[in-house]
Design a binder for this molecule. Structure first.
Ligand SMILES: [Zn+2]
Ligand SMILES: [Zn+2]
Length: 315
C-alpha cells in the first residue's frame, strides 16, 4: 500500500524584511511538523497562534520544527515553539551555528559587515551611516538548540518521507524539502524575486556557483503534479521555467558586470555595484555589493575576470 501524504496548510506571517510575508507551512500528520516559523515578534506569534487554531491546533501540539535556512524571518519563532511544545528544531548542519549559536554570531555581525564593506572599497562615510543603524533594532530571532540535518536525510511524517535536499547558495545551509507532491523551496527558488546571493555567507567564497549548481539539483524534481511551496510569495508548479528565469537573470547580471569592467580602469566591487544601481539604500548596500562580489568570484573562477588589490578587470 502506498501511504498518502498528510495535508499541508499555509500560514502567512507578517515580515518587515525585503522579501515580504513569510510562508509558514504546517504538515498536519504524525508528527505535527512546522516548516519555517516567521520572525520572533509578538505580532508574528499572534498570527501563528490564530493560524494553528483555525486548523484545530495549538503551538503546544507541534512535534517537530524544520528550518529551510538560518535567516531571522524563517527561524524567529523557533525558540518560542520549542519552549512551549518541546518540539525538536532541525536545521542543516551548515546553518546550525546561525540558529544554535546565534548570540555569538549576533555579537560579531556589525564588525563582520564593516570589514566586508571595507574589502569592497565602500567609502567609510557610507559604512558608518549603515553601521549606526545595524544591530540597534529589536532582535527578530532568539538562539535555539537545534538538531543537524544533512542532504539526503529523511524525516517520516505519517508514513511519507520529508526528504532534505541540500541547496547551498542563498546561505550555505539552505535546504529544500520534498514531501510527496510538495516541494518546500525556502528562499532557494522564489516565484517573483531572485534570492540574494553573497550576503548570507560573508565568510565563504563561491556562493554564486553553488547557487546555480543547487538550481540544477532541484530541477529533476519537476513533474506534472509538483506543487512548489516557497518561503515567500504564492505556490507555483512551473519549477523548470522558474529555474531557467533565475539562471537567465544571473546570466544577464554577469554580462552587465563584465560590460562595466571592459570600460576604463580596473574597478572595485563598490564601483561596479554603483554602476549597476544608482542607489543602495540601507542594507541594500550590503546586499548589492555582496551579490556583485559573488558574481565576480564566479567570473574569476570561469577565467573571465582577474583581481589585483581589490580591483577587478575583464580578461
Ligand atoms: Zn533568506
Ligand atoms: Zn526569507
Amino acid at each position: 500500500m502506498i501511504a498518502n501524504e498528510a495535508p499541508v496548510y499555509h500560514i502567512g506571517i507578517p515580515n518587515p524584511m525585503f522579501e515580504g510575508d513569510l510562508n509558514l507551512y504546517v504538515i498536519a500528520g504524525d508528527p505535527l511538523t512546522v516548516i519555517d516559523t516567521g520572525i520572533g515578534t509578538p505580532e508574528a506569534l499572534v498570527v501563528l497562534e490564530a493560524g494553528l487554531a483555525a486548523r484545530g491546533f495549538s503551538v503546544e501540539d507541534v512535534r517537530r520544527v524544520v528550518l529551510t535556512h538560518k535567516h531571522a524571518d524563517h527561524i524567529g519563532l523557533a525558540r518560542e515553539i520549542h519552549d512551549r511544545s518541546g518540539a525538536p528544531v532541525f536545521v542543516h548542519e551548515d546553518d546550525w551555528d546561525g540558529v544554535a549559536n546565534l548570540d555569538a554570531r549576533h555579537e560579531e555581525f556589525v564588525p563582520l559587515v564593516r570589514r566586508r564593506l571595507q574589502s569592497f572599497h565602500v567609502p567609510e562615510s557610507e559604512i558608518e551611516n549603515l553601521a549606526k543603524t545595524l544591530g540597534k533594532g529589536k532582535r527578530l530571532a532568539r538562539q535555539t538548540e537545534a538538531e543537524k540535518l544533512r542532504g539526503g536525510d529523511r524525516l517520516p511524517i505519517s508514513g511519507v518521507d520529508l526528504e532534505v535536499i541540500h541547496t547551498p547558495g542563498h546561505t550555505q545551509g539552505s535546504i529544500c524539502l520534498s514531501y510527496g507532491r510538495h516541494l518546500f523551496s525556502g528562499d532557494h527558488v522564489l516565484p517573483t524575486i531572485s534570492p540574494n546571493i553573497g550576503a548570507g555567507e560573508m565568510r565563504r567564497r563561491g556562493m554564486m556557483t553553488r547557487f546555480l549548481n543547487s538550481l540544477d539539483r532541484v530541477a529533476p524534481l519537476a513533474s506534472e503534479d509538483l506543487i512548489v511551496l516557497p518561503g515567500h510569495g504564492q505556490p507555483f508548479s512551473t519549477l523548470l521555467e522558474r529555474i531557467e528565469q533565475l539562471k537567465a537573470h544571473h546570466g544577464q547580471r554577469e554580462r552587465a558586470i563584465l560590460e562595466v569592467l571592459r570600460q576604463g580602469d580596473p574597478k572595485t566591487v563598490y564601483e561596479v555595484a554603483r554602476s549597476l544601481w544608482s542607489k543602495l539604500p540601507g542594507y541594500h548596500l550590503v546586499l548589492g555589493t555582496s551579490e556583485v562580489n559573488a558574481h565576480l568570484e564566479k567570473s574569476i573562477d570561469d577565467g573571465q575576470v582577474r583581481e589585483h588589490d581589490g580591483r577587478f578587470s575583464a580578461v
